[in-house]
Structures are given as structure tokens and as C-alpha cells.
Design a protein around this ligand. Structure first.
Ligand code: GDP
Ligand code: IMO
Ligand code: MG
Length: 424
């Protein structure tokens, strides 16, 4: 695996953290390339559980360098707190590298995120309120403040003051909230600079050299394909590119450097926040998925919406990401059901769809066309060899593989590190 992207093939929370942890054993670098602390990646080792929002999941392996690349948006107080948390757990955060070009999430970004959501009322996106959207908005408006600006107090102050000219008009006049003080923000943020300084690096160059030297680099996607700002269910998306192209842009390596793209998909599907969701279940099957699957947000604690696996959406993820392989997670949760459904198409007044519709409205009023497959009804959490899975479970995996046209290299059967079946 010289350069491998691991990304979410659905609406996030597919189990990317545990998958990246699995691949990290043989990785030299693990790189977050987009998003920020809207991510919540969970890793379970023995009876220890670790939830990471910014530090790449490779932190658990002492020979692996965690990299936060330029395409991310970084809330420095969150990063420092997470490094402290890692240290308390006996991990070594001194290895974390942070791109000098990454953009900072500022206090006014968090405030605006909450205010905009409040203002949107019933049309709200259901963001994590971590300031992600407003931070990326400023980046693209060229009002953003980057990690490197922290190391020049004069420039930093000028940039904060310039940003506040605009924000302090918008906050009270549009969103009816209090304006913010430059001094407070400047003092707080410059206070982070000293601790961050040893971590700051030219991460593009670092990764370029690593790839040249044939070291193993793993790119850790956050969120998922259907939350992509360009390819997801806009506007109910995040403000970055969790798709494969985002790994290239967000880390500053060229597309030819990438060897493998692994899509992580749950054996069913979930979404947190608002937006269309064709296979969503509002019945006891959905409730069972939520309860057995522990489908509550890692970041916000919100109940996730759940439904049957959507192969129209998964084929779309294969297409837009050039997936070379799929890692299927949470197969054990499906043991609860006698019959398992998978959506193979959508029926809508506009017609029948076997490709993901580019018209957003179709996703709201379509009816999924389901294929019904037999369940297996037994506990599979102790299985480690594909041949030891019940034939119905093997059949489920093979059915998906045939439908999506790429191999399913791994199937996980429990949250713990060892609970997986490798077919690759
Ligand atoms: P991520 O955001 O993609 O990293 O996923 P999250 O960590 O937010 O959510 C996935 C949840 O499922 C976590 O609580 C994991 O511990 C858990 N999980 C991952 N794989 C499996 C699995 O195969 N079976 C079960 N039961 N839980 C899993
Ligand atoms: P991981 O990496 C699931 C969702 C939010 C909301 C939308 C926009 O753990 O898979 P944002 O705060 O990003 O502006 O919110 O995106 N969202 C996620 N859903 N998993 C995530 O991350 C998510 N990060 C953001 O719920 O619908
Ligand atoms: Mg998550």
C-alpha cells in the first residue's frame, strides 16, 4: 500500500477510524486532508475506546506519523486538547505534523455556524456547529487565517481585525448576536502558537518525499462521499471534498501518486443531520439498527438516521472516487434480521433510476426498489475467516460485490480491532 486513500462511501460514520487503524499498522504516515473537528472517528482496542476528531487515526502506532494537511480547517484549542487527551492515554502526540497552510477555525466561525443554523430554522442543515462551513467560506473568500499566520503576531492581528470588520456587521445586523472583540481572539490564539510551533511543517513536501522513498502513506477521509460539497446531496453536505480528489488537493500530492482507493461502507447506511435519504427506515427495523449499531453521533451525540444499504449510492461512490476496493463494516448488526433488503434502483415520477440521480428532488420522492436477501440470524462477531461466515452472510457480501463491480476486501464483524474478516 504505498499511497492509499481510505474514505467514506456513504454519509459518514461508516467506520473509517477503525479501518484506518487497521491499515495504519503498516503505514508510515496517516494524513487527514479535509474537514476538521466535525469528524468523529472511533477506534476500539480491547476494552479501550478512542474517539478522534482531528488527529489522524494512525496515532495508535508509534512508527506512524500523523499528518494534518493543508486542506483541513483546524480549531487550535481542539487540536491541543486532543493532543493532551492522546498523551493521557499513553500515545505520543509529539509526532503530529500540522500544515502551515491549513486554515484556522476562529471563534467567529463557530458563532456564525450556530447563528446561521438558528436562522435557517426548519431548513437547517444540522451541522456539527464546529465552524466548519464559515471557516471554508472565509478560505474561499480569501479572508481566511492560516496556521502560519499565528507566528507573526502583527500580521495575525491585522487579519483578525480585517475579518471582524465584516463579521461584526453580520453578527448583530443579520443574526442578532453580539459582535466580537479582536483583542480577546488575538490573545487567545497567539497563546496557542508556542505549543503548535514544533508541529508545524511543509506537509506537502514531507508527503512527496515519503512517496518518493516508497514509504506507505495512508490518506484518512473524514465525512463521506454523499456529504461532498460537489458530489454530495447539496446543500445538505459538509463544506469540503471527502471524495478521492479531495485527498490530492487537500494534501498537495499529485493524482498519479495514489495507488489504491478504499471505500468504507456500512452493511446498512446512516446519516446524521438533515437531507434526503431514500432508504431511511422509520420503523422498528431502523430503531434496531440504531440501538444495536450504537448509532449516536461521536461528535454531537445525535441519533443517526438508519436504513437499508443503498447500492445506487454505493455504485455512485465507486464511480466518483475510482474505488479499487470496499471495506464493509458492521455486518454483525444485520444478524438481527430475518430478511435483509438492499436498494438496487429508485422509482420516481421522473422515471426509473439505477444511477444516482443528479436532480436532488428525485431523492426526496423516489421509492427504493429493493432486492430481498435471506438473513443468517446467528452471531458472527467471533468469525475471522470468510469461509466460516454463514452462507447467507457470504452471499450478502458476494451480492454487493457483483452489484458494485469492485471487490470487498474486508468485512468487519464488531467494533474491536481484531473483529474483522480479511479477504484481500
Ligand atoms: P467514522 O466516523 O467513519 O470513523 O465512524 P464512527 O466512529 O463515527 O462510527 C462508527 C461506529 O461503529 C463506531 O462506534 C465504531 O466503534 C463502530 N464500529 C465500527 N466497525 C464496526 C463493526 O464492524 N461492528 C460494530 N458493531 N461496530 C462497529
Ligand atoms: P465522520 O468523519 C457524519 C454532517 C453533519 C451535517 C453536515 C454538515 O465522523 O464520518 P458540518 O458541521 O460539517 O458543516 O455539517 O455534515 N457531518 C457528518 N455526518 N459523519 C461526519 O464525520 C460528519 N461531519 C459532518 O451532521 O449534516
Ligand atoms: Mg464519525
Amino acid at each position: 500500500m504505498p499511497a492509499t486513500i481510505v474514505l467514506g462511501a456513504q454519509w459518514g460514520d461508516e467506520g473509517k477510524g477503525r479501518v484506518v487503524d487497521f491499515f495504519s499498522e503498516s503505514a508510515d504516515y496517516v494524513v487527514r486532508f479535509q474537514g476538521g473537528n466535525n469528524a468523529g472517528h472511533t477506534i476500539v482496542v480491547g476494552d479501550q475506546k478512542l474517539a478522534l476528531s482531528l488527529i489522524p487515526s494512525g496515532i495508535l502506532y508509534p512508527d506512524c506519523t500523523p499528518v494534518i494537511a493543508s486542506g483541513t480547517v483546524v480549531d487550535p484549542s481542539v487540536l491541543l486538547a486532543e493532543m493532551d487527551m492522546a498523551a493521557e492515554k499513553g500515545l505520543d502526540p509529539s509526532r503530529v505534523k500540522l500544515s502551515s497552510n491549513a486554515h484556522l477555525i476562529m471563534p467567529y466561525h463557530r458563532k456564525l455556524d450556530a447563528a446561521i443554523e438558528r436562522y435557517l430554522g426548519k431548513n437547517q442543515i444540522g451541522t456539527t456547529k464546529k465552524g466548519i462551513g464559515p471557516a471554508y467560506t472565509d478560505k474561499f473568500s480569501r479572508f481566511g487565517i492560516r496556521v502560519q499566520d499565528l507566528f507573526d503576531p502583527k500580521i495575525f492581528r491585522e487579519k483578525v481585525e480585517a475579518a471582524l470588520v465584516d463579521k461584526n456587521k453580520i453578527l448583530p445586523r443579520v443574526y442578532n448576536t453580539l459582535p466580537m472583540e479582536a483583542d480577546e481572539i488575538v490573545d487567545e490564539y497567539l497563546g496557542f502558537a508556542e505549543r503548535l510551533e514544533p508541529h508545524v511543517a511543509d506537509t506537502s513536501l514531507l508527503l512527496h518525499r515519503a512517496i518518493e522513498a516508497n514509504e506507505a502513506v495512508l490518506f484518512e477521509g473524514a465525512q463521506g462521499t454523499l456529504l461532498d460539497i460537489d458530489h454530495g446531496t447539496y446543500p445538505f453536505v459538509t463544506s469540503s471534498n471527502p471524495t478521492a480528489g479531495g485527498a490530492v488537493i487537500g494534501s498537495g500530492v499529485g493524482p498519479k501518486a495514489i495507488d489504491e482507493v478504499v471505500g468504507v461502507a456500512k452493511a446498512y447506511i446512516s446519516r446524521v443531520g438533515t437531507g434526503p435519504f431514500p432508504t431511511e427506515l422509520h420503523d422498528e427495523i431502523g430503531d434496531t439498527m440504531i440501538e444495536l449499531g450504537g448509532e449516536y453521533g461521536t461528535v454531537t451525540g445525535r441519533r443517526r438516521r438508519c436504513g437499508w444499504l443503498d447500492l445506487v449510492a454505493l455504485r455512485y461512490a465507486v464511480r466518483v472516487n475510482s474505488l479499487t476496493n470496499v471495506f464493509l463494516t458492521k455486518m454483525d448488526i444485520l444478524s438481527a434480521f430475518d430478511t435483509i433488503k438492499v436498494a438496487v434502483g429508485y422509482k420516481a415520477p421522473e422515471g426509473d433510476f439505477d444511477e444516482f440521480p443528479d436532480q436532488q428532488s428525485v431523492l426526496y420522492h423516489c421509492e427504493p426498489v429493493y432486492e430481498e436477501l435471506p438473513g443468517w440470524g446467528v452471531d458472527i462477531t467471533g468469525v475471522r475467516d470468510f469461509g466460516d461466515l454463514p452462507v447467507e452472510a457470504q452471499g450478502y457480501v458476494q451480492y454487493i460485490e457483483d452489484e458494485i463491480g469492485v471487490p470487498i476486501g474486508w468485512v468487519s464483524v464488531g467494533p474491536e480491532r481484531s473483529q474483522l474478516v480479511s479477504r484481500a
